[in-house]
Design a binder for this molecule. Structure first.
Ligand code: HEM
Length: 444
């Protein structure tokens, strides 16, 4: 039996919890260099194993997935997302996934493409008068608008900046609770708890109002919500309760825009730093589309565009870790691991692992050429997770990111502003640019 290296404690009581929390990315980078791609973090409350090894990822997410349920971090997310697809488990999750999955099949995606195009062109028009933009904010507004229209078939009646703010308050609060579990319980009226509850009740009533309005005016719609409302349980004939409709909608609403907005922001940033790759991308877009907006068929021909997005999510994976726990004493690839230990799948390090990526820090979309992909370990690249819990919205996200990237590059030249704050990743629930990304924008 092999032994997982135990990293020495940094503090007699907090052990390594404080250094881990202070700068999680620096922590995983330096430990990987010193201890390799699996190590045991000496933490105050739990045994935590951090792994960036594709064989372990395969074991945990695919081969023996039953032994590794979602970690308790997902219980924290339930405070905002309820028992939706991301946070539920077991037979209940399986039933919900069967219902929701078809909404992301090719036929439905075809209809969603029109929404994505219209929404992005509206954003393009609005930005034509600007000379400088806070790119990350703009990407958040845009992806929020897209997911809202795809889900509810309508724009939200409320100011998007207000909704965005409520979601950010919820995300930051829950990320804080996940990273620092020793905190006052939710019910204690601290200022943070109160601000969180206010934001949560705002976003949740917004969604419930849309559901109620739809039930009162049940005209024909072709969006995800009508599909969820129309579905009946195959065994009991029961429809989803309003509570379940709300949980599934809010899950898609939150999971479906924050990740995509961050991936797009990192992509524009990387392109601004690599003009030669930007040129290759522009050449492809001009050659394939000849100035027209993309359609379902032309999107498939935009190979380099896809590769740029893939490479961007390699360097800056929006879901930079995936959490699981150990359901029973187990032998994981030769390591004896005790029940209830925590597992952090370190996607950030996995995607920069020198055994699997040549020149790992370089931005090289070419490494996603089909021939190169074939030669890599299947689980060395998992921006959307893997196995049965893999992201249900991955094709939606890829299509949306292609649309936004292409339309923006057809209309604008984007360069990092001279006075832009330093661009650094901030690892919260998703990996986002800490100080935003200030860009100069001009017509192309
Ligand atoms: C770049 C964009 C995105 C990234 C990087 C991403 C990443 C992920 C990852 C890593 C997981 C698996 C989590 C785990 O195994 O614990 C996941 C699950 C999920 N994602 Fe995404 N996602 C993206 C976009 C979207 C979009 C656009 C939607 C919806 C429209 C969405 C909805 C979901 C849902 C509902 C789940 C839970 C699936 C299940 O457990 O059955 N995501 N996502």
């Amino acid at each position: 039996m092999k032994e997982v290296p135990l990293i020495p404690a940094d503090h007699w009581f907090f052990r390594n919890s404080l250094v881990l929390l202070k700068d999680p990315l620096a922590f995983v980078i330096s430990n990987f260099e010193e201890y390799g791609d699996i190590y045991n973090v000496n933490s105050t409350i739990f045994t935590i194993y951090i792994t960036a090894n594709p064989e372990h990822i395969q074991e945990i997410l695919v081969t023996n997935k039953k032994n590794y349920p979602k970690s308790d971090d997902y219980k924290v997310l339930k405070h905002s997302l309820g028992n939706g697809l991301l946070t539920s488990e077991g037979d209940f999750w399986k039933k919900q996934r069967r219902i929701i999955q078809p909404a992301f099949y090719k036929d439905s995606m075809n209809k969603l493409l029109d929404i994505m195009l219209a929404s992005t062109l509206k954003a393009v028009e609005a930005l034509k008068s600007k000379t400088q933009i806070e790119l990350t904010d703009e990407m958040h507004f845009l992806t929020l608008d897209i997911v809202t229209q795809c889900l509810f078939g309508t724009e939200l009646k409320t100011d998007s900046a207000k909704i965005q703010k409520a979601i950010t308050v919820e995300n930051e609060y829950l990320a804080g609770r996940i990273m620092k579990p020793l905190q006052a319980p939710f019910w204690v009226p601290t200022s943070k708890n109160r601000a969180y509850r206010k934001a949560r009740s705002y976003s949740s009533s917004l969604i419930l109002d849309i559901i109620k309005e739809r039930q009162e005016n049940p005209s024909e719609h072709h969006d995800l919500l009508s599909m969820l409302m129309g579905t009946e349980d195959a065994d009991t004939g029961e429809k989803m309760s309003n509570q379940q409709l709300k949980d599934e909608s809010i899950t898609i609403f939150v999971a479906g825009h924050e990740t995509t907005a961050n991936a797009l922001s990192w992509t524009f940033y990387l392109l601004s730093q690599h003009p030669e790759k930007l040129q290759l991308l522009q050449n492809e877009i001009d050659r394939v589309l000849q100035g027209s907006p993309p359609d379902f068929k032309s999107l498939r021909a935009l190979h380099y565009t896809q590769m740029v997005l893939e490479e961007s999510m390699r360097l800056y994976p929006p879901a930079w870790t995936i959490g699981r726990k150990v359901g029973c004493d187990t032998n994981m690839n030769g390591y004896e691991i005790k029940k209830d230990s925590r597992l952090i799948l370190d996607v950030f390090t996995l995607h920069r692992h020198p055994d699997h990526w040549e020149n790992p820090m370089a931005f090289e979309p070419e490494r996603f050429e089909p021939e190169q992909k074939k030669q890599r370990h299947k689980y060395a690249y998992i921006p959307f997770g893997a196995g049965q819990r893999m992201c249900v919205g991955n094709s939606f996200a890829m299509m949306e990111m292609q649309v936004v990237l292409v339309l923006f590059l057809q209309h604008f030249k984007l360069t990092l502003a001279k006075d832009a704050p330093e661009v650094v990743p901030e690892p919260l629930i998703t990996l986002r640019p800490k100080n935003g990304i200030l860009m100069d924008i001009s017509a192309r």
